[in-house]
Design a protein around this ligand. Structure first.
Ligand code: NAD
Length: 360
């Protein structure tokens, strides 16, 4: 298989961690007989410095021509003189939103996995953590209350404000399909989150999800109210496989899910649209405080590359090989500074990459 991957390394630790993922993908290519071609493109502060804008049109065009996109992180430190006085639409974060909409990415996938070797970093009770956490939040990304009609006005009781949660059948159908397809590659269970006891939009959500489920008889579907989900995530997270949510519920629950697993340097994410082309990135930022010191943990970005293999290229075995290599390195006691604990062996970011590559 030959694939062309656009790389938006970005700022701060972005180049270090994307280099880690590239090394891993090259090893996967060598071992499994694939060819991955990488094209480095500008986005973020580095793009602003060279072109005056955070996301040049050339970068968008090349991403659209690629098979998939790997993103490091964008943004500078607080008070960075290169960006401090820029208007909102020229700031690095504006580039991030623009690339997501330019690629039509309506679904956001955030796996939350507790690595057995890092169980100590889990803030949950030991007997709960021991059962394991391995779930993916599938969040609808460009609909719902964040994009619905909003406004302010005045009435008898004074000034009022409102936002609208609105979903149509096609929006729910397309995100539900992503969740069911993903469940087929995992443990065949979808938990669909709503507030159908109160909200009309949730009742439609539930109806549509059940309609989609008919095409996936091999996948178990469970409906769960969002308030109960918030509780179950800390009480019994091992019950979840794929968690399907609207935009706002996913925003909140995915942070909760990430937090129960420990370090920020470990968590990957992907955003997908109607095509197989996705955007894969760690959930953390550009960490300017440690940039250039070889301290950055490359694992979140390496696991994002594994998601690309599985979700964009259907290379399940290859994705597993990467994930197993990461597990092995952690089991052997190697740690970057952010996940270091007593008795473990501390390594630099580049050494961590090397160790993972050697184990694929
Ligand atoms: P951050 O995630 O960059 O860093 C938070 C803390 O976690 C820092 O102490 C950092 O050193 C540490 N950290 C983050 N990633 C790490 C890794 N891989 N290994 C080891 N330690 C790691 O968040 P922040 O400091 O709030 O933001 C810094 C910049 O990143 C800002 O400009 C922000 O706007 C930007 N940002 C970008 C994205 C993105 O590109 N998707 C996301 C979040 C923040």
């Amino acid at each position: 298989m030959k694939k062309h991957i656009a790389v938006l390394a970005g700022d701060g630790i972005g180049p270090e961690i994307t280099n880690g993922a590239i090394a891993v993908l090259n090893k996967v290519g060598e071992k499994f007989g694939h060819e991955f071609e990488f094209e480095q493109l500008l986005m973020g502060v580095c793009a602003i410095e060279k072109t005056g804008e955070p996301l040049p049109q050339y970068t968008i065009d090349r991403c659209l021509a690629s098979d998939s996109v790997l993103l490091g992180a964008v943004g500078g430190a607080v008070g960075d003189p290169r960006i401090e006085k820029l208007p909102g639409h020229l700031r690095p974060e504006a580039g991030l939103l623009k690339i997501r909409s330019a690629l039509g990415l309506y679904s956001n996938l955030r796996p939350a996995k507790l690595f057995p070797a890092l169980a100590g970093a889990c803030p949950l009770r030991k007997d709960i953590a021991e059962k394991g956490i391995d779930l993916v939040v599938v969040r609808e990304l460009i609909g719902g209350i964040y994009f619905g009609k909003r406004g302010r006005g005045t009435e008898e009781g004074g000034e009022y404000a409102y936002d609208t949660e609105k979903y149509n059948v096609s929006e729910v159908t397309r995100i539900a399909k992503i969740a069911f397809e993903l469940a087929r590659k995992r443990r065949h269970r979808v938990t669909s989150i709503d507030k159908a006891n109160v909200l009309e939009s949730s009742r439609l959500w539930r109806e549509v999800v059940h309609t989609v489920a008919k095409d996936y008889p091999d996948v178990e579907l469970i409906d769960m109210l969002v308030d109960n989900t918030a509780m179950q995530l800390v009480k019994n997270p091992s019950q979840f496989d794929v968690v399907l949510t609207s935009n706002i519920f996913g925003d909140i629950l995915s942070d909760e899910a990430a937090q129960i697993t420990g370090s920020i340097g470990m968590l990957a994410s992907s955003s997908l649209g109607a095509t197989k082309r996705g955007l894969y990135e760690p959930i953390h930022g550009s960490a300017p405080d440690i940039a250039g010191k070889d301290l950055a943990n490359p694992i979140a970005t390496i696991l994002s590359a594994a998601m690309m293999l599985r979700d964009s290229f259907d290379l399940t075995e290859e994705a597993k090989a990467v994930e197993e290599a990461v597990n092995k390195v952690l089991d052997e006691g190697y740690r970057t500074a952010d996940i270091m604990s007593e008795g473990m062996k501390q390594v630099k970011g580049s050494e961590m990459t090397k160790l993972i590559v050697e184990r694929i």
